[in-house]
Unconditional design. Structure first.
Length: 459
């Protein structure tokens, strides 16, 4: 079904961060939106206020009448929905066009110029930076992001006139194979999602295949030193980047007094005196990659400089909750060993000489099974670590796989403890640290407000 033929869209799993962004896109187009989700949330509440017709019971009778015409209704579902879901079965029986979220994004990259960010980590921050730069300039963009940007309080940006769409290209379930980017960044290819891919070789092959999908005449911006060898179509321009080398890289980096500044060396025009709005060293590379996409899209240097300085970050990505002379508290979404290492090193650099305590919630049994030693190595960069039980997300327990695998492999001499997540507030009240960082992609962030309240009142 072509986008112009769609009169209504029904979302099964509308409350997900990615699904809700697409729902807002279609709402913006004046299309009727219906949807199911298992539980209400802030995202579903806001969608309802914007006109979406949402219910929370798997019941065919509750599907809006406007979404029951197979000739004009597109159905979008998330892979987390079980195959025996009665509403999904109804749409299948009655010949509706049913697509995954990634397929819809792929359709958009055929009608708009897709600026996509792929990689094991860094996707959300890099794509959000790029979207902010385009949106703050006359170039503008649509954007579908994997996190809530602090500048906009949402995970999407809409434009009626811009030819560009910024998309976070997710490798889970090979979703990014539906995309056809005009330009793409690949930030990293550290093995992940081995429950899907099986081997590191298959994971790398997935990224190699992704590079074959770039449009002729398009662009690939790839981090230096990756194991994956791209296979771009003829006519695609390939650039490399990193902090210190590559076609795009930084020079004259200064870090101090809560600021990070650098000059950008770029084949598309050098830019001096760039200031990071979120001054963490990991954002130097994220910023370089995002600026590369912005320059490819034609954003002027002055607009890039202003947008980088005004970028406020993304919820749960180096998210500062408390900053007082006595204590600092931040949360980060890091859930892969390479991300965890980057996060910890950035915090240590920012708070050199301070006592840093980390509370880490492992995410997924399979990821813990595959990388428990790497997680322990990253956490061992600190002197004070608390580890909670594994957040299962979509998975069932695996015999013998617990958070204790990580705990037992921490370096000797480190201060360490295991805890239930409900004990986190009590541990925070005990104090004994200058900086607290909570880490993980599960529900540990549900304690952020309580932790903030405890530390804001710390004597």
């Amino acid at each position: 079904m072509k986008i112009e033929e769609i009169k209504s869209v029904y979302f099964i799993g509308i409350g997900g961060i990615g699904m809700s962004a697409i729902a807002r896109y279609f709402l913006h187009q004046g299309i009727t939106i219906g949807g199911y989700d298992r539980t209400p949330s802030e995202l579903t509440r806001r969608l309802t206020e914007e006109g979406a017709l949402i219910h929370y019971e798997d019941n065919v009778e509750l599907i809006p009448q406007a979404c029951k015409d197979a000739s004009t209704t597109l159905v979008i579902f998330t892979p987390a929905i079980p195959q025996d879901h009665s509403e999904l079965c109804f749409f299948r029986r009655n010949g509706f066009e049913i697509e995954k979220r990634a397929q819809v994004l792929g359709t958009l990259t055929r009608s708009l110029k897709g600026l996509c960010v792929a990689g094991t980590h860094g996707k959300t921050t890099t794509s959000s930076m790029a979207a902010h730069m385009l949106h703050q300039s006359d170039v503008d963009c649509n954007a579908f992001l994997g996190g809530i940007t602090k500048n906009y309080g949402t995970n999407y940006i809409l434009s009626k006139n811009s030819p560009y769409v910024v998309i976070e290209a997710d490798e889970f379930d090979r979703s990014f194979h539906w995309l056809h980017p005009f330009a793409t960044v690949i930030t990293s290819t550290d093995a992940d999602h081995l429950d899907i891919y099986g081997t590191e070789e298959a994971y790398l092959e997935s990224f190699r295949h992704y590079t074959t999908l770039i449009q002729p005449g398009g662009f690939l911006v790839i981090h230096t030193g990756l194991k994956m060898q791209p296979a771009t179509p003829e006519g695609v321009t390939t650039y490399t980047y990193s902090r210190n080398e590559g076609d795009f890289h930084a020079e004259n980096v200064t870090i101090g007094n809560g600021e990070i500044r650098f000059d950008l060396v770029s084949p598309l025009g050098n830019i001096s005196d760039i200031s990071l709005g979120v001054p963490l060293s990991v954002n130097i590379e994220n910023g370089i990659a995002a600026i590369a996409l912005a320059q490819i899209a034609g954003v002027p240097a002055d607009d890039i400089r202003k947008a980088m300085a005004s970028f406020s970050g993304v919820d749960r990505r180096f998210d500062f909750h408390v900053r007082t002379p006595k204590v600092a508290y931040l949360s980060d979404y890091a859930h892969h060993p390479a991300e965890l290492r980057q996060s910890i090193l950035s915090v240590k650099q920012l708070y050199e000489g301070k006592h840093i305590k980390a509370i880490f919630q492992p995410h997924l049994y399979t990821r813990t099974r595959d990388f428990y030693s790497d997680f322990a190595d990253a956490l061992s960069l600190l002197d004070d670590v608390v580890i909670t039980d594994i957040y299962p997300a979509r998975e069932q327990p695996i015999p013998g796989v617990t958070a204790k695998l990580i705990f037992d492999n921490l370096r000797p001499g480190i201060k360490k403890q295991m805890c239930k997540k409900e004990d986190i507030p009590a541990i925070v009240r005990e104090g004994g640290f200058d900086v607290l960082v909570t880490l993980g992609a599960g529900d540990i962030d549900n304690y952020a407000a309580e932790i903030t309240n405890i530390l804001s009142n710390r004597k």
